[in-house]
Ligand binder design. Structure first.
Ligand code: HEM
Length: 137
């Protein structure tokens, strides 16, 4: 098989997932079912808005994975990190593993082409942004 850029693989898969109307709602369902702590954080959330902004931020995360930290390609990530930090939403770094596993479970369900290679592409692409948010806690 020719070498494929993991980021392109991720984007193609994300596109298939987002074409499924329930992808992000399923993700939030899984994520909230994963612990009381997560459920508590989202108790006042408008999920119609939240699913839209998450979809956008997943694209931003894939762009960030390509560029240098702090470059214009990082767009909204500094603000997103500030929003999740201890001074605002107070999302402790340990919660990101749970977040990623639930997102992958939803992707597995909604992307008909999902495979172990695709899973690696998701993990590799999102690792950069996740690490950044964690480091700014
Ligand atoms: C890298 C992973 C994550 C991404 C890309 C992400 C993305 C986002 C985005 C785009 C928003 C909306 C910010 C705004 O108001 O403009 C948001 C809000 C939020 N996120 Fe995250 N998030 C991530 C991880 C997490 C984790 C691990 C938690 C843990 C519970 C979490 C909990 C929340 C909560 C509670 C809100 C506020 C929802 C509301 O407005 O009611 N996020 N997130």
């Amino acid at each position: 098989m020719p070498a494929v850029d993991p980021m392109e693989t991720f984007r193609a898969s994300l596109k298939r997932c987002l074409a499924a109307p329930d992808f992000l709602l399923d993700f939030y369902g899984l994520f909230m079912a994963s612990s009381d702590e997560v459920r508590e954080k989202f108790k006042d959330t408008d999920f119609k808005r939240q699913t839209r902004v998450l979809a956008d931020s997943l694209w931003v995360m894939s762009v960030a994975a390509q560029g240098q930290a702090g470059s214009p390609a990082w767009g909204d990530l500094p603000r997103l990190a500030e929003r999740h930090s201890r001074s605002d939403l107070d999302i402790r770094p340990g919660l990101y593993d749970q977040w990623l596993e639930c997102l992958l479970e939803a992707a597995r369900k909604h992307d008909p082409e999902f495979s172990p290679e695709l899973e690696t592409a998701w993990r590799e692409t999102l690792a950069v942004g996740i690490e950044y948010l964690r480091s700014r806690y």
